[in-house]
Design a binder for this molecule. Structure first.
Ligand code: NBP
Length: 489
């Protein structure tokens, strides 16, 4: 129990925390607080959810049932701390307004939903003008994490973290005794980082899907056989929650048909929007998050039903033979997956560094690697390596050049190329693997065709170009429609 924990269990105006929005996430977080000894004020727009929670889990700890926002506010200790867990967007704005009307100077409103960070920046400013603290907190881990320990990424004023931090740290997941929660930075920093976390999650899942398809279509393996491969992979560098649950999903048999469940699930991936937000933000920041973008588009492509129906069965051209050696190809796929995953994380961390610089958040990348080690969906053994890399060099231009990752890629590069070539020969789509490899090749290439792009831009739009033998800031223009001489712009 932290110093902020309750001395008394009294339930009249002494709840240390309140939760409003008691659907799956909110009710599990409320129970998590209660199980840690906090008195939790409960509120939901419709009282049915509050009562369901109390009926089913009232014995988890001390709860205060409230029906109106005024009752909710009255149930809380000052400064009041209320966690909003409602649908992102307009519902969140509505609940913030209701809370702001009953809260007083210095009270803290926490939005634990998946808010867009620009909304969080706007809300924080509006609440600050009304004397209230507003904390946008990214929460990852789904319903299981919410109950047993999520990864929490709170933004907002550092001052509010002093009072709020100990509670959040206590209910978060812990790895090696370290909480998976830390103050990320001012205003929208927490939700920005949670957004990129989700973007990386998209990329991770796409790469896992491609590895599965390579083993299925490239080697003709069954879902059960591939499950065994993923179980084995989970004992090494790829040890992660997503690889672990991939094996479980692949092992599941459909009760109706007796077939592997994965073979009867419709192959149209849906999305709620955080991947798309990540890519839109990356476009604005000018950060190439190709792995995340490919993952978002791969989901969109899977849902492009008319286009898929119209093109199924179109000529593939001459295809190659399946790999002769199953074990060798499986190991190649494992290495290609690991290398591509490193690229996805490198890109995500670059986006966080760029966002932090743009908004003046001072986010510490190593801290994120620390709090993503447990509780969240992208928890993985290799986050320890990312933390080490940023501890050694906080200004790392890209994870790829940190010694561990550099040698991991060097060990994987031949396998990675073989997998991309084999997939292309077999007609297996691998947008994640191949774009990650192209990204890596583009970064390490000394001269890119961007020089020609600049020449073309100068030709048709007089957009000018820099020269390799001049000050990089100097601009030049060729008189394309004149005598083709060069002038300094
Ligand atoms: P939902 O996103 O399904 O939202 C349902 C809750 O929002 C209910 O309590 C509902 O009240 C309330 N609500 C709505 Br809808 N409109 C409202 C309004 N105008 N005023 C007041 N309350 C309103 O719940 P969830 O899946 O538990 O997720 C909660 C938040 O956590 C979301 O922002 C979500 O993106 C985020 N999140 C979810 C996960 C996950 O794995 N599900 C993970 C991480 C973060 P009612 O009962 O009266 O209808």
């Amino acid at each position: 129990m932290s110093s902020a924990a309750p001395e008394s269990k009294a339930t009249d105006g002494t709840a240390q925390i309140g939760v409003t929005g008691l659907a799956v996430m909110g009710s599990n977080i409320a129970r998590n607080f209660a199980r840690h000894g906090y008195t939790v004020a409960l509120h939901n727009r419709s009282i049915a959810k509050t009562d369901a929670l109390l009926n089913e889990h009232g014995s988890d700890g001390e709860f205060v049932r409230t029906e109106t926002m005024a009752e909710f506010a009255a149930a809380l200790q000052r400064p009041r701390r209320a966690l909003i867990m409602v649908k992102a967007g307009a519902p969140t704005d509505a609940v913030i307004e209701e809370l702001a009307e009953v809260f007083e100077d210095g009270d803290i409103i926490i939005d634990g939903g998946n808010a867009l960070y620009t909304d969080t920046i706007r809300r924080e400013k509006a609440m600050a003008e009304r004397g209230l603290h507003f904390v946008g907190a990214g929460i990852s881990g789904g319903e299981e994490g919410a109950l047993n320990g999520p990864s929490i990424m709170p933004g907002g004023p550092a001052e509010s973290y002093k009072s709020l931090g100990p509670l959040l740290e206590e209910i978060s997941a812990h790895v090696d005794g370290v909480p998976c929660c830390t103050h990320i930075g001012p205003d929208g920093a927490g939700h920005f980082v949670k957004m990129v976390h989700n973007g990386i999650e998209y990329s991770d899942m796409q790469l896992i899907g491609e590895a599965y398809q390579l083993l299925r279509d490239g080697l003709g393996m069954s879902a059960g056989e591939i499950a065994e491969v993923f179980t084995e992979w989970n004992t090494g560098d790829l040890d992660s929650f997503l690889v672990e649950i991939t094996a479980e999903v692949l092992q599941q048999t459909d009760a109706k048909t007796g077939r592997p469940l994965v073979d009867v699930i419709l192959d149209e991936a849906e999305q709620k929007g955080t991947g798309r937000w990540t890519v839109k933000s990356a476009l604005d920041l000018g950060v190439p998050v190709t792995g995340i973008a490919e993952a978002v588009f791969a989901r969109a492509l899977s849902g492009s039903v008319p286009q898929r129906k119209a093109t199924t069965g179109l000529a593939s051209g001459e295809l190659g033979e399946r790999p002769a050696d199953r074990d060798t190809f499986t190991e190649d796929v494992r290495r290609a997956l690991y290398a591509s995953k490193i690229i996805a994380y490198a890109q995500g961390f670059n986006q966080i560094q760029a966002g932090s610089a743009e908004y003046g958040w001072n986010v510490t990348p190593g801290d994120l690697a620390t709090i993503w080690r447990g509780g969240c969906i992208i928890r993985a053994k290799f986050l320890n390596r990312i933390k080490d890399a940023f501890d050694e060099d906080p200004d790392l231009p890209t994870l790829i050049v940190a010694p561990y990752f550099r040698s991991a890629i060097e060990e994987s590069i031949d396998s990675w190329r073989r997998v991309v070539v084999t997939a292309t020969r077999l007609g297996i789509p691998i947008p994640g693997f191949s774009s990650a490899l192209s990204y890596f090749d583009a970064l390490r290439t000394e001269r890119l065709p961007a020089a020609l792009t600049q020449g073309l831009r100068d030709f048709f739009g007089a957009h000018t170009y820099g020269r390799i033998d001049a000050d990089p800031a100097a601009r030049f223009h060729t008189l394309w429609s004149g005598d083709h001489s060069e002038v300094e712009a």
